[in-house]
Write a protein that binds this ligand. Sequence first.
Ligand code: ARG
Length: 458
Amino acid sequence: MKQLWDSRFTKAVNKEVIDFTSSIHLDKRLYKYDIQGSIAHVRMLDKCKIINSRDATRIINGLKLILREIQTKKIKFYTFDEDIHMAIEKRLINKIGSAGEKLHTARSRNDQVSLDMRLYLRDEIISLLKLIKNLQKVIIELAQKYINIIIPGFTHLQHGQPVALSHHLMAYYFMLKRDCERMNECLTRVNVLPLGAGALAGTELPIDRRYVAKLLGFQRVSANSIDTVSDRDFVIEFLGIASILAMHLSRLSEELILWSSEEFSFIELDDAFCTGSSIMPQKKNPDVAELIRAKTGQVYGNLMAMLTVMKGLPLSYNRDMQEDKKCLFDTVDITGAVLRILPNLLKSLKVNKDHISQVIKSGFLAATDVSNYLVIKGVPFRQAHGITGGIVKYCLKTNRRIEELSLGELKKFSGKFSSDIFQKLKMENCVANKQSLGGTSPKELVNVIKKEKKEQGF
Ligand code: ARG
C-alpha cells in the first residue's frame, strides 16, 4: 500500500509494521479538530501568499466535504491510513488532486497532532467543567435540604464530634471547587497554539502563527519549536487533575457504600441505582458507587502510563508520544461517565433521619464540647481534656451517657460545672455553637451556601 511518505523507501512497509504503528482506530476521534486546524492553516497559507487563493478555496471546500462525509459515515478508515492526519490528507488529494498536495506546506504531523490534541482537550475540559458544576449544584441542593440533620463527624472512622450533614456534603462541594480551579488553570496551558513549530525547528516559509492562533481562539503562541513538538505536559497535567478528581469522587462513593450498609444505615440508595444478587434474594448492591470507586484505578493508571512514556524521551518528537491518545481518551471518557451518573445517584438517595438521631446518642460526641465548656470557665485546656477523659471513663464503667449524669456527679470531676452544662450537651447546641469561620453551625453554613450559590449563579 502506497504511503504519502514512502518515496525514499525501496520496499513496501511490512503489513505487521503498519498494523503495529497505526493509531487511526483511536485518533479518528480527532477528525473534527484535524479539519478545523487544517482549514485555519490553509487560510493562513493563503493570507501569507504561500499558496494561491484558488487552491486555498479548493482545499477548504474539500476539507468541508470530507468533514460531512465522516459525519455521515460515508468515509471508512483503514489501518493503512496510519493516523487521522494521513487519512484526511490522502482523501483530500484523491478528491481535489494537486491543490490538496499543498495542504501540508509549512506543517508537520508533529505540530499538527499537538494542535488536534489541544483543540480536543480544550473542548473536553469545558464540557467536564460543566458536568462538575452540575454535580456541585446537586450537592448544594442536598446540603440545603439537610441543613438540620446532625450526624456523627468521624476521624479515624470513629465518632468524633457532631456535625451537620450539610457540612459533610459541602466538604465535597469544596473539593470539586478546587478541581474546577485546577481544570481552568490547565486550560490556560492547553490553550496555546503549537502549529508552526513544524517538525521541530520552525520554518523558513513566511507563516503567520498569530493569525492561526486568532482563527482558532488560542490565547498564546508557543515560544520554542523544539519544546512545542516534545511537550505532552498538558496531557499529563490534565490526567493528574482528573486523578485528583477521581480520588475525590471515589471517597464520596466509598461513603455512599459505607453509609448505605446495614451497619451504618445512614442512607438508602434508590432501587433504580442499585442492582441485585443472582443468588442472595435480599441483596441490593451499591454497584454504581463501587464502579466509580474502581474506575479511579484506571484513571491513575493512565497518568502513570503517560508519565512513564515521557520520562526517558530525548528531544524532540518521538513516536512513543502517540500512546498519549489511549490514556487521554480513556480518562476523558471515564470522567465524563462518572460525572454524568453521580448527580442522579445523589439526587435519589434517602436519608434515614430517625436512625441517625439514635446513632448520635452513642460515642460521646459532646466530649470536646465538655472540655471547651471548662475552658470557657477558666480551666486550662489540657486539664479540661483530662477531666473530660475521666468523665468518659466513668460513663463507660457505669454504662451511661454524659448527659445522664447528675450535676452532683459532674461536680466531683470539676467544681466549675453548673446546670448550664446540660444545654451544652445537646447535639443541636454542640453544632450550633461551632460558629468559627468554616465551622459546622447552621448559621455559618447558611452563609457559606448563600455565598457559593451566588458565586456559581445557582
Ligand atoms: N500519529 C502520530 C502521533 O500521534 C502523529 C505524529 C507522527 N509523526 C511522525 N513523524 N511520525 O503522535
